[in-house]
Design a protein around this ligand. Structure first.
Ligand SMILES: [Fe+2]
Ligand SMILES: [Fe+2]
Length: 196
């Protein structure tokens, strides 16, 4: 069987100057990585799960720094929309923390993963419906590009491609735990937005 390959951001040659297109693509990458975790076993599953955790961490951090503040400020009823999204993100993060401590071969891993997948998918759909479509309506190309730059800075912290060979896990581990990754991502996003 050929190795599953998750498309990397940029593969679709979509323009990177539209924050909404970029975030939608990340939602697709996240969905594909869930598939990859489900369809693999052993070392490959561990590796795919690790990439999923990292992508989720940077994606959610970018949304918290870029999307939610914008929606709060610019979209009518935005305060409530953001509160609802934050509650969903909190629930997903809790499941993620449980999973992150578990071995991917643990029999309890897959049921927890499916719960996370369901939560993350529902959350992504709600974002697309109540936040993303309103972003384009309430801003111009210049601001879309500024926000895109910030989201790309976050994405650079979490390569979604598998790293060849056995060094991959060690290399990922060396990059540190999820909380530290979120902190570094926050710094990178703020710097890209020019307000650090
Ligand atoms: Fe989110
Ligand atoms: Fe999202």
């Amino acid at each position: 069987m050929s190795e599953p390959r998750t498309p990397q951001a940029g593969d679709d040659k979509a323009k990177d100057t539209d924050v909404v297109a970029l975030l939608m693509r990340q939602h697709g990458d996240i969905r594909n990585l869930f598939d990859e975790v489900e369809q693999s076993k052993g070392k490959e599953r561990r590796n795919a799960f690790h990439r999923l955790v990292r992508l989720l961490a940077v994606h959610e951090t970018a949304e918290e720094e870029v999307v939610h503040p914008f929606v709060r400020r610019m979209v009518p009823g935005g305060e409530q929309v953001v509160e609802d999204r934050l509650a969903e993100e909190k629930a997903a993060k809790e499941t993620l923390a449980t999973l992150d401590k578990m071995d991917t071969d643990d029999p309890k891993f897959m049921p927890q993963l499916m719960k996370l997948r369901k939560d993350v998918q529902e959350h992504a759909r709600a974002e697309e419906r109540y936040e993303f479509i309103h972003i384009r309506r309430h801003t111009d190309a210049t601001n879309l590009a500024v926000m895109a730059k910030a989201v790309k800075a976050a994405e650079a912290m979490a390569p979604t491609h598998p790293h060849p060979g056995v060094e991959s896990l060690a290399r990922n581990m060396a990059l540190g735990p999820v909380a530290a990754l979120m902190d570094r991502t926050k710094d990178a996003v703020r710097k890209a937005m020019g307000n650090d």
